[in-house]
Design a protein around this ligand. Structure first.
Ligand code: AN7
Length: 350
């Protein structure tokens, strides 16, 4: 049995004797060496961290298990979040596992169907608003101040605490921090969490260096890159369709302290990387999860030399939640009668 994040990293987490310890199997996700992409890009060592292998299919489970444990410890009965989809899926699952009620607010029409399906099957109370994620988060912040409900968005510090364990795992596997960590940036909680994790592991003597953090937003939803709130964010990567990130300042700090960058990639670059990840390595991430690889390709094409560098890209969520985006642009495939000779001939062996 996998110990889960709470048990495995309890010495680094706000776990007290009163904190309930449970797990849906989050954490300990694969770090996959991608030699075909290394050749394609001209990268010394490239690893993809498959966060889609978490129980609800995204990195959110690492933070949610801690946030829910602390909510239980505090005697809370209901949790609430705004979400572009993955946070709500994770919140609803962990709430169900622990017998809590979950209320989620999502932007109508801009959440991948797999994620909505998760919230439905776990029987969260779902509110779809005619608005975007930023508006949903603003509503949730007000409601959780007024009512006895625990907010489990990443403005809840326990979420960040749990999510930092992904940085620990990378160091545990590689033996030290990589040169670069590429990561998508939406509400900016995860880049904040990774930086905290790398800093803490260094302080604890588990690593002798820290990586440069390379955050990537989508071009139509790039408030940090542009230095202003984006009122109507747009991108094919619905998970990071966020115009006013809650952890904006923390992300800028992570960037600056790590000597990294926060840059942006176009939807075309995201989808090209999404396809490359699948066809070159057999890894199916959701569009937002392809932003880091798109960023690595962009910087490499701009002349940045990664040929002697060790690079980790975080694939934050599984592609199975957002099949629409693939099927919409899919090439037609063969449809034939169930006849040996016909199939043989169509495959060119006729
Ligand atoms: C796959 O679920 O904001 O910068 O409400 O689902 O920590 O926000 C999701 C974000 C990257 C960005 N990749 O992380 C939500 C939500 C995937 C995501 C991000 C998200 P943050």
């Amino acid at each position: 049995m996998k110990p889960g994040v709470l048990v495995k990293y309890k010495d680094f987490l706000p776990v007290t004797p009163e904190t309930p310890l449970f797990s849906l199997g989050e954490g300990d996700t694969p770090l996959v060496r991608c030699s075909r992409l290394e050749q394609e890009i001209g990268c010394g060592e490239l690893y993809l961290k498959l966060e889609g292998c978490n129980p609800t299919g995204s990195f959110k489970d690492r933070g949610m298990v801690v946030a829910i444990a602390k909510a239980l410890e505090a005697g809370s009965q209901t949790i609430m979040c705004a979400s572009t989809g993955n946070t709500s899926a994770s919140a609803a699952a962990y709430a169900a596992h622990c017998g809590l009620s979950a209320i989620i607010i999502v932007p109508k029409g801009n959440i991948a169907l797999g994620k909505l399906t998760q919230a439905i099957v776990y029987e969260a109370k779902i509110v779809a608003i005619n608005g975007n994620f930023d508006q949903a988060l603003s509503i949730v912040r007000s409601l959780t101040e007024k009512h006895p409900v625990t907010l489990v968005n990443s403005v809840n510090p326990h979420r960040i605490e749990g999510q930092k364990t992904a940085a620990f795992e990378i160091i545990d596997v590689l033996g030290n921090a990589p040169d670069y960590l590429f990561i998508p940036v939406g509400n900016a909680g995860n880049i904040t969490a990774y930086w905290q994790g790398f800093v803490e592991y260094c302080q604890a003597g588990r690593a002798s260096r820290k990586p440069s953090l390379m955050g990537f937003q989508a071009e139509g939803a790039a408030p940090i890159v542009r230095g202003r709130v984006i009122k109507k964010p747009q991108t094919v990567a619905s998970a990071i369709r966020i115009g006013n990130p809650a952890s904006w300042q923390q992300a800028v700090t992570a960037r600056d302290e790590s000597g990294g960058v926060i840059d942006m990639v176009s939807d075309e670059e995201i989808m090209a990387a999404h396809r490359l990840m699948a066809t070159k390595e057999g890894i199916f991430g959701e569009p937002a999860s392809a932003a880091p690889l798109a960023g690595l390709i962009k910087l490499s094409q701009q002349g940045m030399d990664f040929s002697t560098k060790q690079v980790v890209c975080v694939v934050t969520g599984t592609g199975l939640k957002d099949t629409d985006v693939v099927l919409k642009s899919a090439q037609p495939f063969l449809e034939l009668p169930a006849d040996l000779a016909t199939v043989e001939q169509a495959l060119g062996w006729g």
